[in-house]
Structure formats: C-alpha cells, structure tokens
Design a protein around this ligand. Structure first.
Ligand code: NAD
Length: 349
C-alpha cells in the first residue's frame, strides 16, 4: 500500500465567464485598498479595463511586465507601487505578468490577485523566478501565492491560436510530470488526469474556432488543474530539460515545452505504468506519448528543436548541464539516453 503527503495550497478560485467583473469585490474581500494593476505592454487595454472596474481602489497600471521577470523590471514596478502606496497588485496576463506579481510579493510583501489570460498555470504555484545578469534564479515560497485567482474564459478568447496551443501543451507537461512525481498523491493524479483530458478536448476545438467560449472555458479549467499539479509536486526530466534549454539557448518558454513533451513522454512513460495508464485514459489512446505527438502535430505546434533555431552543436552543452545536477525522474537518465533523446527532439524522429 502506498503512503503519501498532500498539502493543499490556500487559494480562492473564482471561475466563469465575466469573472473579471468581481475583481473589485474580491479585492475588497481581501481588505485591499490600493491596488496596482500589472500587465505586459500588449495587454494595456485589458489592464485599463481592470483598473476601471477597481475604480477608487486602483492606484495605477504598470504595463512593463516581460518574460523571465528581469530584476530591473521588478525594481521599476516596486518604485511605482511605493510611490502609489499600493497594498496589493492585480496581475492581468500570462505567466510573465503573474511572475512579476510574485516577485513583488516576495520582495515587497504585496498581496496578489491574479487574472490569468493564458494556460501557463503560474498563478497556482508557489514557484517564483527572477532574472539577473542573464541568469534565472527560481525558488518556492508560499508568500508569492496569489490570494485569489479569477479565471475568466472571456479574456482568453483573443489569445492567438499558436500561443493557446503552446501554453496549453506547457500546462499538459505539468500534469504529465506530476503523474510520476515522487511526491504525487491520488488528489494530484485526479487533477492531472482531468487537466490533460480537458486540454486534449479543448485545444483542437480552439484551433478550429478560437472564440468558442465552451472550449476556452474547458482549456482554462484544464490549465488551472495542471497548474495546481505543478504547484503540488516536484517536476522531472521534462521541466529540467526545458529550463536548461531556455536558460542556455534563450529559447521561448511555452514553445520549448511544446516541442519536448512527446519526446520526454516517450522516454519516461515506459518506466511509469500508473502515469501511462492515467494518460491513456485522459487522451483516449493506447500509446499516450504517440497521442501527444499526434495532438501537437494536429495543432500545428512547433515539433523540433531545430525548428526553434537550436544548432546541433549546442546539444552537448544542454546534456552537460542537465546531467550536472540531480533531479527526480522515473527512469534513470545517462549520457547516452540523453544524447539520443535530444537528437530525436532536434531532428523530429
Ligand atoms: P506570457 O505571459 O509571456 O505571454 C505571452 C504573450 O501573450 C505576451 O505578449 C502577452 O502579452 C500575450 N497575452 C497573454 N494573454 C493574452 C490574451 N488573452 N490575449 C492576447 N494576448 C495575450 O506567456 P506565458 O506562456 O503565459 O508565460 C510564460 C512565463 O511564465 C515564463 O517566463 C515561465 O517561466 C513562466 N511560468 C512560471 C510558472 C511558475 O509556476 N512560476 C509556471 C508556468 C510558466
């Protein structure tokens, strides 16, 4: 009989079309009086809408969130928060914007309300990241958890199909690795299986009809469940590889996950029969790794490292760094296996 530990994370989730409309009430519930709205430059209009909904509780919009949370951006946002005497922030956007909010929580104690508009899932995890001098440092701290998360599928209708697809596959990767994580549990397994099922049905529908609200809601629900899996467990080879590829070769985050997922699944699942069975049920396929590859192909996702611009001669450096620090994985990974896996992911075999 298996033993396990499960620790629920204390977050309130408000889910549904129009959920953004409860932003003011939700900040009030938390006792926040002065809220700084955060977004990327491209999501300024939505952030302005959020600020208008907050009315007198909004103290400004900081629209300079960017990928990988540079410390200079955090410092600028902290200056804006201090000048406005903010006691909280509302992150309206994807993982980059939520990442900035987490950094403000970590370093400056601001309470966070998150309004995710992609499927990355960061809003469900205590994982923070900060980039300084081209090095990304990450850690876990409960202080960065959003107090409340508003999932509004309406806000994802304009998420371009390629970003929807790659961020959806990024979310699935959290669930796949949670299914064989050393600190998994039946709760996590149930969330992971349902999260993969939701996304596997929703992503093709979104690719066909991007403004299908039911499909958008199903994808967002899947992203929530997959993000919760990431927050609850220790990730393995897939996340390690993507972290190294992103850091060393400056590859785009979600695209790298989309490329690597079927290859790592094909490598790891034979050593993780329960995870394989759960994914087979979720994907409705006997061979889940092949099904993930088919899904990525059907969705037009990037399929090779070569296609992402990786040079063949860089693969050795990636393998060196992956092997340099240990991480949890269901199947032992030696140099030869890793070289072969990277070769396949590079060339698409
Ligand atoms: P992102 O936040 O960088 O967004 C990508 C682009 O899409 C941005 O230009 C953004 O403005 C735009 N966008 C977002 N939502 C939109 C919408 N609804 N409509 C139109 N445009 C929209 O990308 P992401 O994939 O969400 O996040 C990636 C980042 O999140 C990475 O830095 C990654 O490390 C981090 N992340 C962290 C965790 C964690 O637990 N800490 C988990 C997953 C991802």
């Amino acid at each position: 009989m298996r033993s396990f530990v499960y620790e629920a994370l204390p977050m309130r989730v408000v889910f549904g079309p129009g959920a953004l409309g409860s932003l003011r009430a939700e900040t009030e519930r938390l006792g926040l009086q002065r809220v700084l709205v955060l977004c990327t430059p491209g999501q300024r209009a939505l952030a302005d809408r959020a600020a208008a909904l907050l009315a007198e509780r909004a103290v400004g919009v900081f629209a300079e969130a960017r990928m990988h949370v540079p410390v200079t951006t955090v410092a600028a946002a902290a200056r804006a928060a201090r000048a406005a005497e903010a006691d909280g922030c509302a992150a309206v956007g994807g993982g980059s914007t939520v990442g900035l909010a987490k950094a403000l929580a970590l370093r400056h104690g601001l309470a966070v309300v998150a309004v995710p508009t992609t499927y990355a899932g960061s809003e469900m995890t205590p994982i923070w990241g900060l980039t300084e001098n081209a090095r990304k440092q990450t850690g876990r701290d409960r202080a960065v958890l959003p107090r409340t998360v508003l999932y509004d599928p309406e806000l994802t209708r304009a998420l371009p199909v390629p970003v929807s697809v790659t961020s959806g596959l990024n979310a699935m990767a959290h669930a796949v690795e949670a299914l064989y994580a050393p600190d998994g549990s039946p709760v996590v397994a149930a969330m992971a299986e349902q999260g993969v099922r939701d996304l596997a049905v929703a992503l093709p529908a979104i690719a066909d009809r991007p403004d299908d609200l039911d499909a958008r809601a199903a994808a967002l629900q899947g992203a929530w469940l997959c993000g919760a899996c990431l927050g609850a467990t220790t990730m393995g080879l897939h996340h390690k590889l993507c972290h190294v590829l992103g850091g060393l070769l400056d590859l785009p985050h979600a695209e790298t996950h989309a490329v690597m997922l079927p290859y790592v699944a094909a490598f790891d699942l034979p050593a993780a029969p329960e995870a394989r069975a759960a994914l087979a049920r979720a994907l409705g396929a006997d061979d889940p790794a092949a099904a993930l590859a088919c899904l990525a192909e059907r969705l037009g996702a990037p399929r090779t490292l070569r296609g992402l611009g990786v040079r063949h001669e860089d693969l050795g450096r990636v393998a060196d760094e992956v092997l340099a620090a240990p991480y949890a994985n269901p199947r032992p990974v030696g140099r030869a296996e890793l070289d072969e896996l990277l070769e396949r992911a590079w060339s698409g075999t």
